[in-house]
Design a protein around this ligand. Sequence first.
Ligand code: COA
Length: 181
Amino acid sequence: MSTRSQKGLSFETLPTRIKDKCGRVIEVRAYEAEDYESLKAMYDTFEPKGLEAGLPPGDDQAGLRWLQHVTSGLFNILALYKGSVIGHCTIDLCHAPSCPEYLIFVQKSFRDHGIGTRLSEVMKEVAKEAGCEKVWLTVRTANTRAINVFKKVGFEFCGGIEIERDMELDLKQAKVSCSLS
Ligand SMILES: CC(C)(COP(=O)(O)OP(=O)(O)OC[C@H]1O[C@@H](n2cnc3c(N)ncnc32)[C@H](O)[C@@H]1OP(=O)(O)O)[C@@H](O)C(=O)NCCC(=O)NCCS
């Protein structure tokens, strides 16, 4: 069953379920307007804030503006455990449909259980379904956990070597390698 939500976008990939490394079943589905308070609750306690590329702003007002922008203008996918939002990722399919930016956040107590990787794989399928050619992101070089996850799903570094670096996921290549395997 596919989802119809967020500006009429519909994807066969969603909703789905993933299992984390402990065997917990995590529901993964498109964000709906009524999820706003649950998502906000995740960000109220989210750490770290605003310290590194791709992280939500630390200031309360800026954080609120950021969340309103993300939920109103971008395509959002939620990971839920027992009804609570424990992970969120987003791609900007409206403004940059062929090469959207990717952002991902997993609640601290759920990190290192495979959820970020699986959620990124779901995002990759959604981006392929949406017809994106590439997906890109910015990450701080010190954020080695995030880089590890991004490399596992196929992102590669591009651009100059700075404290923050861009990574790109080439979905045209992904399609070719899938059809050959
Ligand atoms: C980055 C993030 C989304 C990853 O999600 P996650 O659920 O923790 O990721 P996973 O559990 O799927 O994978 C983490 C991997 O990194 C490894 N890892 C953990 N700490 C690490 C470190 N310090 N350096 C390198 N790798 C590390 C884990 O072992 C795991 O790899 P494995 O599955 O091969 O064993 C999550 O940690 C997060 O929300 N961080 C804060 C926000 C953030 O940085 N977002 C990205 C901004 S660009």
